[in-house]
Design a protein around this ligand. Structure first.
Ligand code: SF4
Ligand code: FES
Length: 247
């Protein structure tokens, strides 16, 4: 496949940035999207040009490090992570635009790399438990209703990639925050600080500059782990309880 790429280049956080055009030739349809960028970077390196900066780590859809906006869609045309997207999702002769996540709370560091430490600070505000959970036999001896275990597991699948923020017109991180709250608040071990967790994580969410959720649903549509939109309702119910109890 021969592909034209239009890629956002920005040397540093202060640089204005602009789209630059590149050609890549003889790309296998079995290449991953990031391997295609690796090929382009090798060519840029050999030509003495600055390679394109982008994030990745596991390249297996697990770590949440990768993530770019491809043709206007966070993670591109498939519901998966950017690293698990393959060139067979495109056609020979296509022009593909590649941009970084765009949100006030995700400042651009260079090219396609953004600073997502705001998500880490939301976790630090309440995404933990204070009880001693003991060893594996103790965990096995703690009964958890099946529907709660399933709900917690579903929410725990969030890999913190930030696509939900990039897709949301309000740049809200409510899908991420709700997933992190839900996976702990559904389990017995998460109960001691459950309402404080909701309040503290939401306060940090707002302090980081993420926007308000207005139920548009773009977040869940692009989420590579298919976190359901109704985790936000779960969080809102618990926020209501926290307000009623004066937490
Ligand atoms: S909720 Fe989905 S899109 Fe948002 S950070 Fe988690 S895995 Fe990524
Ligand atoms: S590089 Fe780890 S999820 Fe994509």
């Amino acid at each position: 496949m021969n592909i034209t790429l239009k890629i956002w280049r920005q040397a540093n956080p202060e640089d204005a940035g602009a789209m630059h055009e590149y050609q890549v030739h003889n790309v296998s349809e079995d290449s991953s999207f990031l391997e295609m960028l690796d090929i382009l970077n090798e060519e840029l390196f050999e030509a003495g040009e600055e390679p394109i900066a982008f994030d990745s780590d596991c390249r297996e859809g697990i770590c949440g490090q990768c993530g770019v906006v491809i043709n206007g869609v966070a993670h591109g045309p498939e519901v998966t992570t950017t690293c698990q997207l393959h060139m067979r999702s495109f056609n020979d002769g296509d022009t593909i635009t590649i941009e970084p996540w765009r949100a006030t709370a995700f400042p651009i560091i260079q090219d396609l790399v953004v600073d997502r430490s705001a998500l880490d600070r939301i976790i630090q505000a309440g995404g933990y438990i204070s009880v001693n959970t003991g060893a594996a036999p103790d965990a096995h001896a703690t009964p958890v209703p099946k529907q709660n275990a399933d709900r917690a597991f579903e929410a725990a699948a969030c890999i913190g990639c930030g696509a939900c923020v990039a897709a949301c017109p309000n740049a809200s991180a409510m899908l991420f925050t709700s997933a992190k709250v839900t996976h702990l608040n559904m389990l017995p071990q998460g109960q001691p600080e459950n309402l404080m967790r909701v309040k503290n994580m939401l306060n940090q969410h707002d302090a980081e500059g993420f926007g308000t959720c207005t139920n548009i649903g773009e977040c869940a549509a692009v989420c590579p782990k298919q976190i359901p939109l109704d985790v936000i309702s779960t969080l809102n119910r618990q926020l209501g309880k926290a307000v009623l109890k004066g937490v």
